[in-house]
Design a protein. Sequence first.
Length: 215
Amino acid sequence: MRRTLTRTSAALTISTLACFLPIQPASAQTYIIGSTGFPSTIRVAIRQNNIFGEPDPRGPIIYVSNVNFDQYCRDVLPNEWYPTWPLASLEAGAIAVKMFGWYHHLHPVTVGGFTFDVDNTVNFQLYRAQSDQDQTNQAYQNTRNLAYVMPDKVIFELNYRAGYENNPNWQYRNAQKMSQWGSQYWAALGRTPLQILEFYYVNRMLVTIPGIGKG
């Protein structure tokens, strides 16, 4: 059963992640759109489920799966954004999910002898194989060739949090994080995906990824 965003969210990941995963140093290498290729695959560490049958963020890693990057994004989005939300919200979410995964593909970690890019829990983004939905697939397809980057085109981690329902969630704008509920709020008011991204991630820009078409 899909998680309730008000209760738990991949956006809760970073504080959890910091507890037990290596932190990238400030001098970590940067990557620029156009000089680094679009990922074809991503390494996903699969953790043991908890007693409720959910991937356990603190569970042991069972194995690392090499997953098609497009399919990974399609199998994350409906677990992080409600597929029934307006398309503009889903498209903003699709870009965030993609850029988060892309950033970590470029900055792998090693834990317990396993080297991987992301795991399948809220430590990163909640991934469930073959959980993609038509609505979220459409949102990903519409935005596959777009990247949201720094003004110098550096790829950065698009973080997000659940936030509060029926609320713009201004607090996350100051922290350069998108609110999932906030994206739904703004989309319901007619904001475009770009306007939603611009509200939460200040001084960033949307670019076309060279050589990449829509899904």
